[in-house]
Write a protein that binds this ligand. Structure first.
Ligand code: HMG
Ligand code: MG
Length: 316
């Protein structure tokens, strides 16, 4: 029924590993990131320039970037590694590490950053220690400096359906934050069902409101669905049917969010690829390789592989 090609943004090494309780060796992260790009994934989040006091798991992001920043053979052609930068300090650290000793400009790395806001005040405070309005003001100069340096800027909005602190989120609030992020220069805004509570009913209402009622082009939206309640794949179908063509996912379903109690990982990349290819949509991701990577990283971390497709194919 469906056709065309979608963009998958692999967030396992960031959204996934930020939530691991044990220390994940930097070498394991680099190995994971390199494996992911060789499986055909072209958009890969590699880490976060955030406070190590807030998210200790991402403290080695500068080390990771030092390894990945260079052009081939480290970073395969056509692969973009992106990093979260919540404020000016984060962006400046990102810029200094990406150019350090390379002799090339930041833009030559085809780099990308992401700024991340929330549709709920409670989560905004817990996650980035400021109100929604303050966050947009904080992001504006960050986006501006990034764009001046040829760095693409992606936006996130969390708690699009319901917030553990504030309760249900109104679609109007989500639209306001999406428009705010587009207005300050994001080329795309990723819709975060952070705690995975959305259903085809609530997600359908929201995406139709954003696209039809508020006139936000579907090309500017991405689906970032956590699978906490087992709804992520069916919600991706709803997003696909509404015209969204960018999907965030995490190999082996790694993850959660340190500031969202009970949240589990994103939709597993293996499950997403199986679903999309099965409906006739191309992903350009190698299924055999991504399944092997999911198995490898789950064993490395000593955790259950949360991908149903990965588990099924490994058992064959
Ligand atoms: P703050 O405490 O308000 O910041 O935190 P501050 O500017 O007052 O600075 C306080 C200290 O932090 C200072 O150090 C700064 O230098 C340091 P001190 O003087 O105390 O030693 N600092 C930094 N250090 C490193 N990198 C930085 C940085 N900025 C300040 N960039 C801040 C504000 C935003 C920094 C903090 O709240 C933070 O780091 N939050 C990050 C939270 C996070 O990473 N959450 C997970 C990602 S979001 C997510 O998972 C959701 C998503 O997946 C979508 C979805 O599912 O919904 C994207
Ligand atoms: Mg997330």
């Amino acid at each position: 029924k469906h056709s065309g090609v979608v963009k998958i943004v692999e967030v396992g090494a960031r959204d996934g590993l930020q939530n691991e309780t044990g220390v994940v060796p930097t070498t394991t992260k680099i190995e994971l990131l390199e494996k992911l790009s060789s499986a055909g994934l072209t958009h890969i989040e590699a880490g976060s320039f955030v406070s190590p006091k807030w998210v200790p798991q991402m403290a080695d992001t500068p080390e990771i970037m030092k390894h990945l920043r260079t052009k081939p053979p480290f970073a395969p052609a056509g692969v973009t590694y992106s990093y979260l930068t919540p404020n000016m300090k984060g962006l400046k650290d990102f810029i200094s590490h990406s150019t350090l000793n390379t002799g090339v400009s930041v833009s030559e790395h085809a780099s990308e950053i992401a700024i991340f806001g929330s549709a709920s005040e409670g989560f905004s405070q817990k996650n980035i220690n400021c109100s929604i309005a303050e966050s947009l003001e904080r992001f504006r100069p960050v986006a501006q400096l990034a764009l001046e340096n040829g760095i693409k800027v992606r936006g996130y909005v969390s708690m699009i359906i319901e917030c553990p602190y504030d309760g249900p989120t109104s679609p109007m609030k989500v639209a306001d934050v999406v428009e705010g992020l587009l207005d300050i220069g994001c080329y795309e805004v990723s819709l975060g069902d952070t705690n995975g509570v959305g259903t085809p009913g609530t997600i359908g209402t929201l995406v139709n409101y954003l696209i039809k009622d508020r006139g936000i082009p579907a090309e500017k939206l991405a689906a970032h669905f956590h699978d906490t309640y087992g709804q992520a794949i069916v919600n991706c179908l709803v997003a696909l049917e509404a015209g969204i063509r960018t999907f965030d996912s995490s190999v082996a379903g790694l993850g959660g969010c340190p500031y969202s109690k009970g949240a589990t990982g994103n939709v597993a990349t293996e499950d997403l690829v199986y679903f999309l290819e099965g409906t006739g949509v191309k992903t350009n991701v190698d299924m055999t390789q991504i399944v092997e990577i999911g198995d490898w990283i789950s064993k490395k971390l000593g955790r259950k592989n949360e991908s149903k497709v990965g588990t099924a194919l490994m058992a064959r």
